[in-house]
Design a protein around this ligand. Sequence first.
Ligand code: NFE
Ligand code: MG
Length: 582
Amino acid sequence: MNKRIVVDPITRIEGHLRIEAELGEDGAIKSAYSSGTMVRGIELILKGRDPREAWAFAQRICGVCTLVHGLASVRAVENALGYDIPANAQLIRNLMVGAQYVHDHVMHFYHLHALDWVDVVSALKADPKATSELAQSISSYAKSSPGYFADVQKKVKTFVESGQLGIFANGFWGHPEYRLPPEANLMALAHYLEALAWQRDVVQIHTIFGGKNPHPNFLVGGVPAPLSAGPGTAGDGSASTAVNIVTLNQVRAIIKSMRDFVEQVYIPDTLAIAGFYKDWFARGEGLGNFMTYGDFPADGHAKNSSLLIPAGVILNRDLSHIEPVDLNDPQQIQEFAAHSWYEYSVGKEAGLHPYVGETNLAYSGPKPPYEQLDVEKSYSWLKAPRWRNKAVEVGPLARVLMLYAKGHEQTRELTDGALKKLDLPLTAMFSTMGRTAARALETKIIADQMDGWLDSLLANINRGEVSVHNNVLWDPATWPAKARGVGFMEAPRGALAHWVVIKDGKIENYQAVVPSTWNAGPRDATGQSGAYEAALADRHQLADAKQPLEIQRTIHSFDPCLACAVHVVDPDGAELVSIEVT
Ligand code: NFE
Ligand code: MG
């Protein structure tokens, strides 16, 4: 076996990811291997259950993209049973998913990704006055005085001097590839702390409509949030428990706080940081194939309505042609386990459509612990999903490219404007930094839609239309003996779908194919790499093989979530098998 650089675990992500990379003679990464090292098996837990409760289990796939698996699950069951949902329910779902995007993307940028570009220790050398000037030159954000930055610096200095870096421990501080001046580092660090406080407001949208966060409540056929056209008080003068004008005004205020933060902090910071790392717009592309399933029904109805984010596949960077996606077509969506720690009843080389998908943990070859992944055989708990046998990337970059290709005006303005500022061509988007920039731009696109969804919801309520649930098919006795359906959405990390097969009122088969599986999956039966693997093999020269910051930058640009990707939170595979058997 060749000697490989091993990064395990990749930190500042959700879940357990190992990367092995082989360097060529020129010192650049020649081939890379992505491995999910923790097994899960929500699919096995769901078998035999009532499909109406599947969402509550499926949602526990992840606590980061909390809610998206709940929504994909209820949509799958609604699709299988032919449920149509009230417009209000759809608008509330849009608002909840919109809040999730803004929360998730901002947290990813500041708390999981920024420190790949921002050197915390260097921020201590910054001049607070010069930092204030820099901040005011790129944004109108109010917190930008020299005193504010001096306070932040003092706070962080106390951490560092005590030798307890806490959340900042184990960085590659001082690495020669950190290029921001101390002032830009201090500004970003201040916003890192600011975002921690701000996110507490954002998640209240989930508590208002779904009772709590993480893991707000969902309901097959609608949403579990009753609406009231009346005032914010019940008849006896106590606070009303229904969503009413008082709580909706609160939602309005939170949307404003989200939009302000995105516009005044997140986007300017992203562009300012990107300006120092322009060479990262020329590496880390990888596949050049992108896929979206589409989401955010415009008029409130899930059926036959136009989606804000269109569905499709872009191949080989060609934005002039979009292939349609059919999630029910067994030739289009398949999962391969040729290089995964699973067995298939039809043989390990086969691809299976999710309706007939298998989660079989019987693979007997070497699994963790190992010294090095056995990449010729199987090396990951992730499967390798493919669209028409092709590896595709999903996520913010795929969505922005799809919106751009379809001529979405705001997307074109934002993308062209950002590239102009950075003096870069559109092709720069096909890169590590392009992915990070696309995430910031789509956060604004989604946040800007939220007031409109709230307006529509309020207009319905003012007309006396307060329906949030369709219970016409609630009784399983009315269901066909056999039904199947797919629920899709755009989760923050990309195209997400759950497939459910229902027999005699119970779940016969359930498969979730999630964004991080598309992106982080291993090679397939024909040896094609997944998106992470391909991106790392795209011009990554390591300045210091002992501190592989470059690997971290590109992997983090995808915002990995391995908890999602290897859907039972139990690192003990043997125990899990016994769950399946009982
Ligand atoms: Ni656990 Fe998730 C999102 C989903 S990604 S974060 O977004 O689905 O695998
Ligand atoms: Mg799966």
